[in-house]
Design a protein around this ligand. Structure first.
Ligand SMILES: [Zn+2]
Length: 231
């Protein structure tokens, strides 16, 4: 029996896109049209669609500014549960602050996605992450400490989903960690690599190994797999 398949669109937000994004990923805009094409319901048969948003308060712990530090430097930060655990964090430029232009979906994507949201002919949802000030999130399932779970896994389970297909930004951060957690949650997980972009594209080979090590299947858009998801 065929599984039930969800499309997971990760962090397709203005701050991650050139030319104006504060944390713009090179050529990020190139993937908007192909992702919109995946949403053309006549072509693909999704059983649920989730679009995630990085959604930070203005003083978020992941921002270099919060620590009076330079962006892209690193800092050891402690777990918010005061367990004494620490992790080395990359500090980022201020990005995706709640209700700012930088946190929005690009307009052409939003126009299509809004229709999916309002019709709900297929279960469709926005999942927010990064809204707790005291912790970093890359995955749309949980924070980097594994303490706070978003509603993502429950929503997929409630809709009987067995397979997840991920696209979005960035291949080497939020898409990667979301896919790893998707697989950990028991969903057969795929990433369409050419419908993502990397912060560090020169490290893509290593990043791909990391996906495979965590039981995520990396495919490209010319793969036969895509036909399976078409009507
Ligand atoms: Zn963020």
């Amino acid at each position: 029996m065929a599984g039930k398949i969800a499309l997971l669109i990760v962090d397709l937000q203005e701050d991650f896109l050139p030319p104006n994004g504060s944390l713009a990923v090179a050529n990020g805009r190139e993937i908007i049209k192909p992702i919109i094409d995946l949403l053309m319901s006549k072509k693909y048969k999704w059983d649920a669609v989730i679009a995630t948003k990085d959604w930070h308060p203005s003083d978020h712990i992941s921002f270099a500014k919060t620590h009076a530090a330079e962006p892209y430097t690193t800092k050891v930060l402690s777990s918010p549960d005061r367990s004494g655990k620490t992790k080395l964090h990359t500090l980022w430029p201020v990005h995706c602050v709640q209700n700012t232009v930088g946190s929005e979906f690009p307009k052409e994507f939003n126009d299509v996605f809004e229709k999916w949201l309002s019709s709900q002919s297929v279960p469709t949802k926005i999942v927010l992450k990064g809204y707790l000030q005291d912790r970093e999130y890359y995955s749309c399932f949980e924070d980097v400490w594994g303490l706070h779970k978003t509603e993502c896994a429950q929503y997929l389970k409630d809709n009987g989903i067995t397979e997840v297909v991920a696209v979005g930004i960035a291949y080497d951060f939020c898409v990667l960690n979301s896919c790893i957690d998707s697989a950990k949650n028991g969903f057969k997980t795929y990433v369409i690599k050419d419908f993502t972009k990397s912060v560090f594209p020169d490290k893509d080979e290593k990043t791909t190994e990391n996906y495979e090590k965590h039981n995520v299947t990396v495919i490209t858009s010319d793969s036969e797999m895509l036909k399976r998801w078409q009507v």
